[in-house]
Design a protein around this ligand. Structure first.
Ligand SMILES: [Fe+2]
Ligand SMILES: [Fe+2]
Length: 298
């Protein structure tokens, strides 16, 4: 079982990009902004709204990734006092170290991208970081915390993967920087998804009834705070840019739809499911129309 985790992470040092390795442009030119607008609005002429939209989303994503990284560090520290068989050996620690380090590098990458795209030193202070980390500082088993965190992360990771498919469909040669960045992000995310699936397959079934209940409580509380965070980021961004970037924004409305759909299908019932196993025909058609992809996680 532990060897499965090792296999997922055996090429983590090869299939990855440090943010410094990307071909960062000095500014976002007209063609790039046309593409960014096309990805969000399905039309090239909404530069300003598309900049505001992506600034909000990537700044928020960096915030979420910082949290994932911090909680994984807590889990790894607490695993030192945990006798669970899944925590024996180096494999789980290795997987979580990679995961946490990659998320921190993504936060770094997106932090820089937001500044490149918007030309603003965009920062949001009321980010609920203490509250979001606080959910994971109690006396619960570290595997309960890991399970709650991975379920929550899985939703956002699945949504951004659909957006990566969309950039891939419209820009298969990765001519535009947005596509290059999402491709680099996706190399790491493919491992995160597999690690989440490992947690679904092996960690969650090993929890007791009470532990599973606690996992659900922490997960629900995480989702509630993340939803609050998204609302705060939206209001702040609209005020900063002085525009409503959500109007006529296909990317924004699809993102909301997918987030709701994935949450409901993945952990809305009594069991946790992998997203591609529970999508129906209508869900698949929506993903096909938006991202030209048959599945979320190939
Ligand atoms: Fe990430
Ligand atoms: Fe991730």
């Amino acid at each position: 079982m532990r060897s499965k985790l090792s296999l997922i992470h055996e090429n983590a040092h090869l299939n990855t990009f440090h943010p410094n390795q990307l071909n960062w442009p000095k500014v976002s030119g007209t063609e790039e902004l046309d593409f960014v607008s096309m990805m969000a609005f399905g039309e090239t002429r909404h530069h300003e709204k598309a900049i505001a939209y992506l600034t909000k989303e990537f700044a928020q994503l960096a915030e979420i990734e910082r949290h994932v990284s911090a909680v994984m560090a807590i889990v790894m520290a607490e695993l030192q006092a945990d006798g669970h068989p899944l925590a024996e050996g180096f494999e789980l620690h290795n997987a979580l170290s990679n995961f946490a380090a990659e998320e921190l590098n993504h936060a770094n990458m997106f932090y820089r991208y937001v500044r490149l795209l918007s030309g603003r030193d965009f920062r949001y202070p009321d980010n609920l970081f203490t509250e979001r980390v606080g959910l994971y500082e109690g006396s619960d088993s570290p595997l309960v915390k890991l399970a709650a965190l991975c379920c929550s992360a899985y939703i956002g990771e699945s949504v951004i993967t659909v957006f990566e498919h969309r950039t891939q469909a419209y820009d298969p040669e990765r001519k535009f920087f947005l596509s290059q960045m999402l491709y680099a992000h996706g190399l790491d995310e493919a491992r995160h998804i597999k690690t989440d699936h490992y947690v679904f397959d092996y960690v969650i079934p090993s929890l007791s009834v009470q532990e599973t209940r606690r996992m659900r409580q922490i997960l629900d509380a995480t989702e509630t705070l993340n939803t609050e965070l998204a609302g705060r980021f939206e209001r702040f961004t609209k005020a900063q840019f002085g525009i409503d970037y959500t109007e006529g924004n296909l990317g924004h409305s699809t993102q909301l739809l997918l987030t709701r759909m994935f949450r409901q299908k993945v952990f809305g019932g009594s069991e946790i499911h992998k997203v591609d196993e529970v999508l129906n025909e209508a869900d698949r058609e929506l993903i096909q129309a938006f991202a030209h992809a048959q599945v979320v996680h190939p």
